[in-house]
Design a binder for this molecule. Structure first.
Ligand code: HEC
Length: 110
């Protein structure tokens, strides 16, 4: 029992340490970093080849960027885009895009 409690305590310390390593996404920082993305993902771009990421959930976008970077998701364009991004860059970018209006027709608020 004592052993279990000690490993639980150790695990929670490790978890806390891990969580602290990544600061929450900063939309203002993300805006600066997003210059390179706007030609394809700007909210005004209506090209079905480029997914609309404006207004999408930050967690979803962060997850997608991480998958491109670690190779779980492969795409000639996006793998290259994500390669140079840090975890913080991805969090900032994801947060920034989530604050933008998608411009999509709403099916939930009409
Ligand atoms: C030259 C055009 C281009 C640029 C520049 C670009 N992207 Fe993309 N992006 C794409 C394409 C094409 C896809 C779809 C790839 C696929 O099918 O996996 C995509 C997919 C994504 C996705 C996944 C969307 C989803 O719904 O699954 C995210 C997130 C994303 N891009 C973020 C970014 C960010 C952040 C930047 C800037 C650092 C960026 N992209 C720059 C073309 C681009």
């Amino acid at each position: 029992m004592k052993r279990t409690l000690m490993s639980l305590a150790a695990a929670s310390v490790m978890f806390a340490g891990h969580a602290a390593a990544l600061k929450p996404g900063d939309a203002a920082a993300g805006k600066d970093k997003a210059q390179a993305c706007m030609a394809c993902h700007g909210p005004e771009v209506n090209n079905p080849t480029f997914p609309k990421i404006a207004g999408q959930h930050a967690d979803y976008l962060y997850q997608a960027l991480r998958a491109y970077k670690n190779g779980d998701r492969q795409n000639a364009v996006m793998s290259g885009q994500a390669a140079g991004l840090s975890q913080q860059d991805m969090a900032d970018l994801a947060t920034y895009f989530s604050t933008l209006d998608s411009g999509l027709e709403s099916i939930s608020r009409n």
